[in-house]
Design a protein around this ligand. Sequence first.
Ligand code: ZN
Length: 207
Amino acid sequence: MCAAVNNVYCVGRNYKLHAEELGNEVPAEPLIFLKPSHSAVSLDKAVIELPKNAGMIHYEGELVLRIARDYTPGMTVEELVDVMALGLDFTLRDVQDDLKKKGLPWTAAKGFKNAAPLTPYIAFPDKEELEASDFTVLKNGTEVQRGNVKNMIFPLQKIIDFIAARYGLGKNDIIFTGTPAGVGPVVPGDSFELYWGDKLMGTCLIG
Ligand code: ZN
């Protein structure tokens, strides 16, 4: 298990190229969904079991913020966030496509056990350092995703203010901030390495 995790907020469609690769419109305001805190598990030399016989599973590599204190209006990202991690927002893509068609909630597609593995945390960098580093996802040794906060549709401050105003934001909430282009399928035996710049943040193997 991870360190204490309260609410797990996720941002959908926060990178233009990713919204387009799934044929989704670029949203006018942040698209927020939740995962149960039970889906947050360690992505640190871990073997991760995912649902079997549930159709195609996709990885979505994302920057994850941890909220250090209860939000009050006017707080900046730097004041609120003490550490960050990288995470995989695992998604049952066939199930999600079906739920979307039927207008049903995404919980079954996004909220299953182990659906939100997280690397160990590192200190939250200042804005300059944050924008200077890409995060990358390697699947079976090959880079499949590369993201940078500069390419987000909604910047971190906007996401935080939006979530706090609508749903509340407090200590030990975490936020998956959306995935860049390059999502793709996962099968048992696949391995993932997540990097922040040159730093290996975590690895996992799909069981
Ligand atoms: Zn995602």
